[in-house]
Design a protein around this ligand. Structure first.
Ligand code: WTA
Length: 659
């Protein structure tokens, strides 16, 4: 049963989840932290101050841990100065770790690159000099539209080094989406690549940048282009520059200066409940502290011996926090993979785990369910005995997928004790993990993210904001400010207050439904707003509806996220065509509209189904009843339709669907 639906039945089943997996005595004994960390974190401010000072090297110590006087606008580690790139790179080299591998890069076609901390430091210094030579200064914004290649990490860290604010745009977003993000942040520079590889074929990125910048009126002065797949690309003289030429010409020496703890580090756009994506702003000191801390305690990272692999794309927050920043700050060795899990065969991931002896794997439930579908015999062909910890993020993980992950991946090779699983709940806005078991401390439960990490105050409240007792459900909130919290929505502080701080007095509203079980453990039950979660990617129903309505054939559109066994949710669109729509003979309206959404927003937003309907179910006041559409999209009988202005509409739609 899907956990996406916040309904009683699903939860009743979960409540009967009796399985518990306490840490093995060996794991517990060697773990980075123990039970006493919870008590140590009770004095929250002192705890975070201590984390900030032990995890990071500050060029100037801070004077005040938290300034919440202008709530909900937080300032953490006030007066401190810190450089993210220095912490991720230079200090390790200074400590004699220059030869340690920072990144094992595995390209989709099979090319590889081993990059040590010394190499990465030099590349970032060169890139920092190169960007400065292009006039990029502290506070300027840089848009990054790159595939999963080391240059993505180099670019982000070079920006951080000079205090420029990066805004990474996922490569699966369209030219239009890229342009709106460039405009919103007023980016001065764009860093991109000719393209990448997808399922064995070259795929392009640069043409989208050219399209995005075709219309005048933008703020971009230069486009730096990494050559990845060598395809032919258009070139705008004067504006476009070659990455290699620029870096080769730049000096390998660059001194990192400390930036204010509250200096903006990056903007990352995420779907909201209205059409316009929100530019989530993260700053430096607090973000780095909490990402580094969680990466160490939740993944039990041993930097000298672990090989860590997070399969996320750099275009999402998981790639920011748990590829670019935390692992490098913690001096880890990580794997970075460019391509898809089934290229050239469905065992590619496991081949990579075997090859690099990956010990910590962090991925998403949608990937786990896909691998499950492909069959256990595929991972069984590889030696996965190096794996000692597994992480999950992005959406609720159903207990069946959790058990498969534990037994088939974590228990592979006949291990006496399968690797512990950490299900981590967090968001673009929270910047770092907020709810997760601690391996070595918590007895894990399949399907539940369980407990707030030490230092974080999470609760589940009812409509009026009262904490619910165990065994009950409601809305997930965060009661106290936390170091990695978003600071605002770029250019829109009012929207920041409205979206997150107005629903419940003095509490951060996450937009997720949740329940507490009889032990007080937290179960995440999916979004309670108009945000869908497809393969762990956030998509806004309103944004897709607007894209559909922008097509000349469409009069009206309603989009719902319907439960899907692999992707968690799937986008299903219901559209009413205009009477005068002239659809050419032989043209499939649904296919054309799917493609249109792909062009407007990006392939990830393409609806799985577009259903052309004669009417949409509306209340007498004209509100579209999405709940009923969700029922039909999920194959249920739409229940009570009596509040509809025209109760026969649903019968018509259901009849159409059956055809
Ligand atoms: C969902 C991804 C259940 C949730 C880091 C949240 C989860 C949204 C989990 C944020 C989890 C993330 N269990 N649901 N372990 N992790 N979510 O901003 O709905 O891309 O609000 O950040 O994903 O998605 P975002």
């Amino acid at each position: 049963m899907s956990q996406q639906t916040v309904n009683g039945d699903a939860f009743e089943n979960l409540l009967r989840e009796e399985r518990r997996f306490p840490p093995s005595p060996d794991f517990a004994a060697a773990a980075n932290v123990h039970e006493d960390i919870y008590a140590a974190a009770e004095d929250r401010t002192a705890f975070w101050a201590d984390q900030a000072r032990t995890r990071l090297t500050w060029s100037k110590d801070f004077e005040e841990t938290l300034d919440w006087s202008d709530a909900p606008f937080a300032k953490w580690f006030v007066g401190g100065k810190v450089n993210a790139a220095y912490n991720a790179l230079d200090r390790h080299v200074e400590n004699g770790l220059g030869d340690r591998v920072a990144i094992h890069f595995e390209g989709e076609p099979g090319d590889t690159e081993t990059i040590t901390y010394a190499d990465l430091t030099e590349r970032v210094k060169r890139a920092a000099n190169a960007f400065e030579s292009l006039g990029v200064q502290e506070g300027d914004r840089v848009a990054v539209y790159l595939p999963m290649i080391p240059e993505a990490v180099v670019t982000m860290l070079a920006c951080a080094r000079i205090g420029a604010v990066h805004s990474v745009v996922f490569g699966g977003f369209s030219a239009d989406a890229l342009r709106s993000r460039i405009d919103d942040a007023e980016a001065k520079l764009v860093v991109t690549a000719d393209g990448t590889y997808r399922r064995g074929k070259p795929s392009s990125l640069k043409p989208a940048v050219d399209d995005a910048l075709a219309e005048p009126g933008h703020t971009v002065e230069h486009v730096v282009v990494v050559r990845r797949n060598g395809q032919d690309i258009a070139w705008t003289e004067g504006r476009d520059l070659h990455w290699t030429e620029l870096l080769d010409a730049a000096s390998p020496e660059h001194t990192a200066v400390g930036h204010d703890s509250e200096h903006p580090l990056f903007i990352l756009y995420t779907s909201g409940t209205t059409g316009k994506p929100k530019g989530i702003l993260h700053t430096t000191g607090g973000y780095l502290t909490q990402t580094a801390y969680t990466h160490s305690v939740v993944f039990d990272l041993k930097p000298e011996s672990d090989v860590y692999w997070c399969t996320a794309d750099i275009g999402w927050v998981t790639g920011h926090s748990y590829i670019t920043y935390a692992p490098l700050i913690n001096g880890a060795t990580q794997v970075m993979y460019e391509g898809t899990p089934d290229s050239p065969h469905q065992g590619r991931w496991w081949e990579i785990v075997e090859k690099y002896k990956v010990s910590i794997l962090y991925t998403a439930p949608t990937a786990i369910r896909t691998m499950m579908k492909w069959g256990s015999d595929i991972p069984a062909k590889y030696d996965l005995s190096s794996i000692r910890l597994l992480g999950s993020v992005g959406e609720p993980i159903n207990p069946e997928a959790w058990m498969w992950y534990r037994e088939v991946i974590g228990g592979s090779g006949g291990k006496a004790e399968p690797a512990p699983i950490v299900d981590t709940w967090w968001q673009t806005e929270t910047g770092a993990i907020m709810i997760a078991p601690l391996p070595g401390v918590t007895a894990t439960k399949p399907g539940s993210a369980q407990v707030p990490i030490p230092g974080i105050a999470v609760d589940v409240v009812d409509e009026s904001g009262n904490s619910v007792p165990n065994g009950h459900g409601g809305f997930l909130v965060i009661r106290e400010p936390w170091p990695a919290m978003l600071r605002t929505i770029w250019g829109d502080p009012e929207r920041y207050k409205d979206t997150y701080w107005s629903r419940f007095d003095g509490m951060y509203f996450a937009g997720d439904g949740a329940k507490k079980d009889d032990d007080g453990d937290i179960w995440l039950l999916g979004r309670v707003d108009d945000v869908m979660n497809v393969s762990g990617h956030r998509l806004s129903t309103t944004e897709i509806e607007s894209a559909l309505v922008s097509h000349e054939w469409v009069a009206e559109a309603a989009v719902v996220g319907a439960a899907d066994p692999t992707t968690g949710q799937a986008v299903v669109a219901f559209v009413i065509l205009r009477g005068e729509a002239e659809i050419p003979d032989g043209e499939d309206a649904s296919a054309a509209l799917r493609a249109h959404v792909g062009k407007e927003i990006g392939p990830i937003a393409k609806p799985k189904h577009v259903l052309v309907v004669p009417e949409l179910p509306k209340t007498r006041s004209g509100k579209i009843m999405r709940r009923l559409l969700k029922d039909v999209a999920e194959g249920r009988d739409p229940g009570d339709a009596t509040t509809l202005a025209d109760p026969s509409v649903m019968q018509q739609i259901a009849a159409d669907l059956r055809k």
